[in-house]
Design a protein around this ligand. Structure first.
Ligand SMILES: C[S@@+](CC[C@H](N)C(=O)[O-])C[C@H]1O[C@@H](n2cnc3c(N)ncnc32)[C@H](O)[C@@H]1O
Length: 256
């Protein structure tokens, strides 16, 4: 958006929410982090901050690296939190994509030493060997947050859930991104794929999902690209006081 196109919020208050949504979703595909392309709503990034903290995650497994901006964002936020909880294993982002050439190039330009904290794995989410390769990278004792952000089709969503849900520990989260593609009024472009929410609903109806619950309340900032996509594995994070996060109700781990 150019300066001339920018409209302050007070001039937009009569706009329909749907028009505002379409504007925001158009904008988020042009966004970046540290100069690297990253397609995330600020509202969803704040939710991720809460999830990383409240689920005690030290590892993010991301499916769909693209330019690498989101891998870098997750890494930086895990590293920031590691300062406050040194008892956890080292922070690490493990990110999968069909081809990692561009992400390697872009991330190394801003952080030449990225490889100790970001592991870029080439591979296909539909291929079980990709999950095996990723599991081998997870440091012992880690707690993973899994983010599915690949092709947003029925097949890739199903495969991501089947191959990667076992990485989510008790109390941890699996986020299936961009379910907005399956809600007609939220679609920006006819070229958008479809199949995320049908695949997710079908998986939730199987016994493989029995440990998980859908957390619609985590969509609390209102605008999200991931409607119906926030899942949590039931169970407490670990023996903890009976304290609950005021943001999302996740049971909080006892912090020393
Ligand atoms: C929406 S982009 C990821 C955006 C990035 N996570 C971000 O937030 O900026 C989707 C990525 O998934 C990758 N992808 C598509 N199909 C895939 C598959 N079968 N396995 C792994 N990655 C795939 C694409 O190459 C593309 O880079």
């Amino acid at each position: 958006m150019t300066g001339a196109e920018f409209q302050p919020i007070e001039d937009r208050l009569d706009e329909r929410l749907r028009d505002y949504w379409l504007d925001r979703v158009r904008m988020h595909t042009q966004d970046s982090y540290a100069g690297i392309g990253m397609s995330k709503f600020p509202e969803d990034l704040r939710t991720y901050d809460h999830l990383l903290w409240e689920t005690d995650a030290n590892v993010v497994v991301e499916i769909g690296t693209q330019f690498g901006g989101s891998a870098l964002w997750f890494r930086d936020h895990l590293v920031a939190f590691a300062r406050y909880r040194p008892r956890l294993p080292r922070p690490l982002v493990i990110s999968l994509d069909l081809d990692q050439t561009t992400a390697r190039d872009l991330i190394s330009q801003v952080d030449p030493d990225y490889e100790s904290t970001i592991c870029l794995v080439p591979g296909d989410v539909r291929d079980a060997s990709s999950a095996i390769a990723i599991k081998q990278e997870v440091p012992p004792g880690s707690r993973c947050l899994v983010v599915e952000d690949s092709a947003h089709t029925y097949e890739t969503t199903s495969m991501a859930l089947s191959h990667f849900s076992s990485l989510v520990p008790s109390g941890g989260c699996f986020v299936v991104e961009d379910g907005c593609v399956d809600i007609e009024e939220m679609r920006l472009d006819d070229a958008w794929p479809r199949g995320v929410l049908p695949a997710l609903d079908d998986w939730l109806a199987t016994s493989a999902s029995s440990g998980f619950e859908r957390r619609r309340d985590l969509e609390r900032y209102g605008l999200t690209c991931h409607p119906r996509g926030y899942l949590q594995r039931k169970g407490v994070i670990r023996a903890a006081e009976d304290r609950y996060c005021t943001f999302c109700g996740l049971r909080m781990a006892l912090r020393s």
